[in-house]
Design a protein around this ligand. Structure first.
Ligand SMILES: Cc1ncc(COP(=O)(O)O)c(C=O)c1O
Length: 342
């Protein structure tokens, strides 16, 4: 199957499986897992931060970050269509008593600086205290769009002026760094904390990391335990993470090229709307415009040709490239779409 639903479907590579089997482990809640410690040190170094923390998932990483930056009743400014705002069950409110202040962030995935500024509450007894700005890069709902460094710098400047912190949901921040052709530390430089996922385009079976200052990560370690995320011989997972950071980052450029190739091929077909010009990374959206084509029918026809898509937002369909879909598979997928839309 050519699975275009998500980069989370990626299976661990052979090198990951070997590293996991051979991993040296210990009890990570005691800080005694050498492989976890190595991964956390490497992540901190790559992001130019003092410390890092391995967590079970991106959702847990974002939640732990929010719990660590904000107290109960504090307010976090978030893009209205970010994963944190929209797809994490309102965890910050449910578990942390943190109020979210959504600001418009589509179509580019970046809220206007003036909107962020307006969302900052003044020091007034009626108002929740604003403490945090959350950004997302690459921005999933915006179709894998990358936040430019100049934009991050502007947000950081505004946040500093108002004594706010900045958290980046960087589930796919390495895709952003590769697209910008900069080290990931240049993105992280503009944030107090960054969460990134090992289990998406980097192909690990499980895991995300949170990076930030030593104090912040100390607090995050406590909050990870609070939400039941203290893992024991987690080196088995961290071993795959080390392979990911060392072997799976540079190749993301191929996923971006394949995404553009797929988008360009689809743009030539009747019944599909897509602008290949906006494809920056490994995710993009198409709109099916062919009359008479419905979600189930399209998914079934493509599935018969060996292609899987997700149709939950039909006629808008998200397509995601990853290391299991190479150039040949892209061409096969294009043939499948051609037949399905004929
Ligand atoms: C932008 C973004 N942030 C966070 C997450 C959450 O990651 P996880 O599924 O590991 O909880 C996702 C997952 O798809 C995501 O796309």
């Amino acid at each position: 199957m050519i699975d275009l639903r998500s980069d989370t479907v990626t299976q661990p590579t052979e090198a990951m499986r070997r590293a996991m089997a051979a991993a040296e482990v210990g009890d990570d809640v005691y800080g005694e897992d050498p492989t976890v410690n190595r991964l956390e040190e490497l992540a901190a170094e790559r992001f130019g931060k003092e410390a890092a923390l391995l967590v079970a998932s991106g959702t847990m990483g974002n939640l732990v970050a929010l719990l660590s930056h904000c107290g109960r009743g504090n307010e976090a400014i978030v893009g209205a269509r970010t994963h944190i705002s929209h797809y994490e069950q309102g965890g910050m409110a449910a578990l942390g008593g943190i109020h979210q202040h959504p600001v418009a962030d589509l179509p580019f995935g970046r809220p206007e600086i003036s909107d962020i500024e307006q969302a900052i509450n003044s020091d007034d007894d009626h108002l929740a205290r604003t403490t945090l700005v959350c950004l997302e890069t690459t921005h999933n709902e915006a179709g894998g769009r990358v936040l430019p460094l100049a934009y991050l710098e502007e947000v950081a400047r505004l946040a500093a002026k108002n004594h706010l912190r900045v958290h980046i949901d960087g589930a796919r921040v390495f895709n952003a760094a590769v697209a910008l052709n900069v080290p990931v530390s240049m993105i992280a430089h503009h944030a107090d904390s960054v969460m990134f996922c090992l289990s998406k385009g980097l192909a690990c079976p499980v895991g995300s990391l949170l990076v930030g200052s030593r104090d912040f990560i100390g607090q995050a370690r406590r909050n990870r335990k609070l939400v039941g995320g203290g893992m024991r011989q987690a080196g088995v997972l961290a071993a795959a993470g080390l392979v990911a950071l060392n072997e799976m980052v540079d190749r993301l450029v191929d996923d971006h090229a394949n995404a553009r190739r797929l988008a360009e091929g689809l743009a030539d077909m009747d019944g599909v709307e897509v602008d290949p010009g906006v494809v920056e990374t490994n995710i993009f959206y198409i709109t099916i415009t062919k009359p008479g084509v419905d979600a189930e029918g399209l998914a079934a026809q493509l599935s018969d040709q060996g292609v899987r898509i997700s149709t939950s937002n039909f006629p808008r369909v998200r397509l995601v490239l990853h290391y299991e879909v190479g150039r040949a598979e892209v061409d096969e997928a294009l043939r499948a779409f051609q037949l399905a839309l004929a």
